[in-house]
Write a new protein. Structure first.
Length: 89
């Protein structure tokens, strides 16, 4: 069974995505900030990470930079930013 790390500070998003992925047969490890995720994911890396871009304590970009120092973890970024320039970046 593949493991997904879900890192987002929005509890509603975490609950919705966790329910969806678990119904599809994935194991989900949820974290609500980048610092907590770094501690948990460094010990046991998941198969993929879904990261919120903007979070307290450590944003998703910084979290991925730190995780990539020791692994080649694939990641998908979530964002609520809606400016056109943010969509392009």
């Amino acid at each position: 069974m593949a493991t997904i790390a879900l890192v987002d500070d929005d509890e509603n998003i975490v609950e919705a995505l966790t329910a969806f992925f678990e119904a599809e047969g994935y194991q989900v490890r949820a974290y609500h900030d980048g610092a907590a995720a770094l501690a948990g994911l460094s010990e046991t890396p998941p198969d993929i990470a879904i990261l919120d871009v903007k979070m307290p304590k450590m944003d998703g970009m910084e979290l991925l930079r730190k995780l990539r120092q020791t692994s080649n973890l694939p990641a998908i970024f979530l964002t609520s930013k809606d400016d056109e320039i943010d969509e392009v970046v």
